[in-house]
Design a protein around this ligand. Sequence first.
Ligand SMILES: Cc1ncc(COP(=O)(O)O)c(C=O)c1O
Length: 356
Amino acid sequence: MTTATEILVDLVSDTATRPTPAMRQAMCHAPVGDEQRGEDPTVNALTRQVAALLGKEAAILLPSGTMCNQISLAVHCRMGDEIICAANSHILSSEGAGAAVFAHSTVRGIGSPSGLFDQDELAEAIRPSNTKAPRSRLVCVEQTCNRGGGTVWPLATLHAIAETAQANGLRLHMDGARLLNACVASGVPASRYAEPCDSVWLDLSKGLGCPVGAVLAGSRHFIEEANRWKHRMGGAMRQAGILAAAGLYALEHHVDRLAHDHANARKFAAAIAGLPGIRLLFDDTPTNLVFFDISASGLNTRELSQTLMKKGVRIGVESPHVMRAVFHLDIDEQGTDLAIDTLRLALPAEAGGIRQ
Ligand SMILES: Cc1ncc(COP(=O)(O)O)c(C=O)c1O
């Protein structure tokens, strides 16, 4: 009988975090009610707190970030509209063409390895208004840009694209799966990043370490409409205060510590950059994501991933040549060192490692 190797260091995603004992305690003791009727006091406390954090009139708790994105697209767009975002964004590549399914809209991607784009690139992507073209309706940005290596949108760039969007009658949506990572890395408050956006959300289940949930914020009118979609999609819950309690706990205890994840990611990137056969995809490591290409090692990512797994280290496979390591609450400095050493030893000797 074979037994699965225990995963000691799980860098596959920051969704791999498990609730801490203190978070579980907070969940245990949460006062709860019927969320669907607006009667759950803990959910109401969380949505009030996130609305204030993001400087918006109202907010709702949803089961996932994907649902935050899809509901936002559905509220902002009408049949035949077009959404503009970075070509490598989650909305375009990882949400099962939900824009077509729920918002009945097409998505136009701006090619940008970093996930950022500027005013001129946006202006070029906005279609001229005529009966043949889809109507450009919504711009989406990811803060931070996941497949851009965790890049942070600078405030000035955000304001510039918001100005172009507004001048052309488009709305601006922010996918804030890692918005608080951006805030911790830059020192800019979340409300300032959210200010030029018509809708914005943050994920509870990534760096914040909660088991489930994301909170979407916007104007009172936007959130009323979003609530209709939440119900329609089956996202309305009952005693969801148990989940909201984890969110409240995380906002108090797990935000400043994101700086440790960024430091571990930087340490990992700096160490592996020196390994022959490995090439970092991005020059900087601004937050908690490290992408690297292993083609020069002569291995493919599936083989390398299997070798690492046998030693208890899991790193995500993005493509046959590219891997992604994500740093989070459950990875300490020791785990980071173990991942570096395991990767070094897994590389073929001629590429700088030791064949096992
Ligand atoms: C940038 C980005 N947006 C949205 C999502 C979706 O979030 P969820 O997993 O909560 O649906 C993810 C998840 O990895 C993400 O990285």
